[in-house]
Design a protein. Structure first.
Length: 149
């Protein structure tokens, strides 16, 4: 596991990956292990948290534990670019299930690779909506991308 401190969001970032795909990205308030950066994605995440525009689309993410619907939702979420937000209902429409708004939100709550799959860019019609890592962190990530709520 790689680990580094992201000072812009005041969190430790831990990355689990192998030579083929990314398994998880987790954010902690305290250091979960030794600080090291061996995976290319870890360096790119550090650059992202320093405010750089980083394209994560070339990284393979292991979604094998999800149903086909959830895989589709998470894959579609990757198409939402930095500095852009869409609503949960728009994302549901993008995957051909316009009435599955709640299922889309539940799927995003299971996202194991935040930032790589930028679920923080999916918002409610009435505000930022929820976030499995806390709405405060969602707002910090959006601010990092120059999006204010």
């Amino acid at each position: 596991m790689d680990c580094f401190f992201a000072k812009n969001v005041k969190r430790w970032v831990a990355v689990e990956a192998n030579s083929v795909s990314i398994r998880s990205v987790k954010l902690f308030e305290q250091c979960p292990g030794d600080e090291r950066m061996t995976f290319p994605v870890t360096h790119d995440l550090q650059r992202y948290f320093m405010g750089e525009n980083v394209d994560f689309s070339s990284y393979d993410v292991d979604l094998s534990c999800f149903t086909p619907f959830r895989q589709e939702v998470l894959t579609a979420t990757r198409s939402v670019h930095r500095g852009t937000c869409i609503t949960y209902s728009r994302l549901a429409g993008m995957v051909g299930r316009p009435k599955a708004v709640r299922a889309v939100g539940n799927t995003l709550g299971l996202n194991r690779v935040p930032v790589i799959i930028p679920c923080h860019r999916i918002v409610s019609k009435h505000g930022p909506g929820g976030y499995s890592l806390g709405v405060g962190l969602k707002l910090e990530l959006l601010r990092l991308e120059s999006i204010e709520f």
